[in-house]
Ligand binder design. Structure first.
Ligand SMILES: [Zn+2]
Length: 626
């Protein structure tokens, strides 16, 4: 029974020792100190958050007589007197714990209520603790209600439930209710550190972080899991063994699935499900892990620094977060959640899982499957891709069988013309709806009514006068004015990077690289390029480890050979990059955005409208380059 050792040994014996439930502890301590006692308490909260523990401490507080035997009701039970020690060891006759979920529960409740008319045997108070009270029958509730309505002064009820919705209102209304919260991962983590330090057990920090998260807010589960992990790891806590023990579905499987979905790789998804089937890993567990991963990715997308150094998987989440657009992540998350319910209806769980994963692929804009769907079903990510047709990353998923041979010089010239074209187009701009509701949505419907006083109160727009009357100075007062925006950095001249960007553009245009190989090319900085009788040789630097695999490199090498019509060699090295096609692409987008904003900010009509309507503003982020 080693698995219960830590949980039992470190069960808090006092309110001070309770972790993570400060709000409940403070309310109860104050009530005890001020002798404002209620006759029934209801503790709600998920399993393992401390409902029984609070109940025992409360029972001690009510019955403690202090080490000298002269103490009264206290918020700080001594833990030494007979009542305290008997309650701790479960021998105190006036403290009764009942589990209403057990078979004998109902029967015992009626016996217990029969006993309520008798005064406590040894204590100051009788304390009846009824766990999972929502499981009582109506009959039992009614019997209890009678006692709750006219309780003898020596009787205290402590009711606990994981499902307060099922407790009758008549009972709820007679209880002082406290909600015990699931514990934060950080709280659990800190407590585990304290416990392990006291036990003198060495541990790896990432191992502890994994255990703290696996406990899902339950301190009891955290301690039990830690016990198991200590046994599993032969007395020590290593990340690897803890991962193995918690294992169910290794995050690597989930990582592979997300990468396959992001790159529109149907074969990869089929292979991933086959692997799960062969390893006998649960399909439902996979979807659960997938949903958890997507949730973390969404958090990273919104708050890049959300996961600190104590999370061993933090680098993985930020890497995966970059593979999907935020709205795709949201969509896939809800599909993964709904998919779990579908598994039970599937012919077998793995085919159900595969169907769900293929559905993600079908909803992925730009994938082969998605291109057959009507545009509406492809989600806003597809619409965004359409709205930004000049983005360098847009490429066909269908490779061109025999591309015409093109020298590097021609490629550069073609790329330069594309860039000029982009610059021309960026001079046109139009506002599009943004995530922030436009200010006119704040007005009630009647504001649009011409009779409405709100609109009548506004100054009449003067349409006949020339709008040029008051030019640019107004600009400086507007939010996101060009003057206040940080300058967009200029990359230093770099001939190798120029050449590489042009080559990658050509590879993308011809559909020779897709998915993660395209990602590799986009994220690579060219350090050197040589051309000789044996063909071209490229030395590339790539920051992300996951992109530098041999498979991706070989596919990129083959694509270069095909584009340039001669053998190619690619050497990859690790290191920080400053000038890659992806970075250039990003800067070009920022420049187009800035140009569009400038254009709107200086637009005569916009300026005159802003001057006419005090309080009017250009909604930040609502301007998009065409
Ligand atoms: Zn005591």
């Amino acid at each position: 029974m080693t698995s219960m050792v830590l949980a039992r040994k470190y069960r808090p014996q006092s309110f001070e020792a309770m972790v993570g439930q400060g709000h409940v502890v403070q309310a109860l301590s104050n009530a005890l100190t001020q002798q404002r006692l209620h006759h029934a308490y209801l503790f709600t909260g998920t399993r393992g958050v401390g409902k029984t523990t609070v109940s025992r401490i409360l029972a001690k507080s009510l019955n403690c007589v202090g080490p000298e035997g002269t103490g009264g009701i206290t918020a700080h039970p001594c833990g030494q007197c007979q009542p305290c020690r008997d309650i701790d060891s479960g021998r105190f006759v006036d403290y009764v714990e009942l589990d209403a979920a057990s078979n004998r529960g109902v029967e015992e409740i009626s016996q217990l209520l029969d006993q309520a008319v008798y005064k406590p045997v040894v204590g100051r108070f009788k304390v009846y603790m009824i766990d999972e009270v929502h499981m009582l029958t109506n009959h039992a509730f009614n019997a209890m209600l009678k006692t709750l309505e006219e309780p003898p002064e020596y009787l205290k009820f402590v009711l606990a439930t994981t499902d307060p919705q099922k407790v009758p209102v008549t009972v709820l209304s007679r209880c002082l209710q406290f909600n015990l919260r699931p514990m934060a991962v950080q709280t659990v983590l800190e407590h585990l550190q304290t416990v392990l330090a006291a036990e003198q057990i060495s541990f790896e920090q990432p191992a502890l972080a994994l255990l703290a998260r696996a406990a899902r807010g339950s301190m009891r589960d955290a301690l039990s899991l830690t016990d198991q992990a200590i046994a599993f790891g032969g007395g020590e806590l290593h990340e690897q063994t803890v991962r193995q023990m918690l294992g169910a579905v290794d995050r690597q499987h989930v990582q592979r699935i997300i990468e396959a979905v992001a790159s529109g790789d149907g074969a990869g998804l089929v292979a991933a499900v086959d692997t799960l089937r062969q390893l006998g890993l649960s399909a439902s567990g996979t979807l659960e892990e997938l949903a958890a991963a997507l949730q973390r990715m969404a958090v990273v997308q919104a708050v890049p620094q959300a996961f600190g150094a104590d999370d061993p998987d933090a680098p993985l989440w930020s890497e995966l977060a970059g593979l999907l657009a935020p709205d795709e992540t949201q969509l896939f998350y809800s599909l993964a959640l709904q998919g779990r319910a579908e598994l039970a209806l599937s012919p077998d769980e793995y085919s159900g899982l595969l169907m769900l994963l293929l559905r993600l692929l079908a909803f992925k804009p730009g994938s082969g499957a998605g291109s057959n769907l009507p545009p509406k079903a492809e989600g806003s990510a597809a619409r965004r891709a359409v709205a930004e047709p000049t983005a360098l990353t847009v490429a066909s998923a269908v490779p061109v069988a025999t591309p015409p041979r093109q020298t590097v010089r021609e490629v550069v010239a073609a790329a330069a013309s594309v860039q000029r074209h982009e610059q021309d187009r960026s001079t046109a701009a139009r506002p599009v709806p943004s995530a922030e509701p436009p200010p006119w949505d704040d007005l009630p419907v009647e504001a649009y009514d011409e009779e409405s006083p709100q609109l009548a109160g506004l100054p009449e727009p003067v349409v006949d006068e020339p709008v040029l009357a008051e030019p640019a100075p107004r600009v400086a007062e507007m939010p996101h004015a060009p003057e206040s925006a940080p300058p967009i950095p200029e990359l230093p001249a770099n001939a190798e990077a120029d050449r590489w960007t042009a080559v990658v553009q050509a590879l993308c245009d011809k559909g020779l690289i897709t998915a993660l190989v395209r990602e590799l090319a986009m994220q690579a900085q060219c350090l050197s390029f040589k051309e000789g009788p044996e063909g071209s040789a490229w030395r590339l630097r790539v920051e992300r480890d996951s992109l530098r695999g041999d498979g991706h490199r070989d596919r990129l090498t083959a694509a270069l050979g095909q584009l340039l019509g001669q053998p190619a060699r690619v050497d990859l090295e690790a290191g920080a990059v400053r000038d890659t096609p992806a970075i250039r692409d990003q800067l070009a987008r920022q420049r187009r955005q800035r140009a569009a904003e400038d254009l709107i900010q200086r637009d005569d009509l916009v300026v005159s409208l802003l001057n006419q309507y005090p309080g009017a503003r250009v909604v930040p982020g609502s301007i998009r380059p065409v």
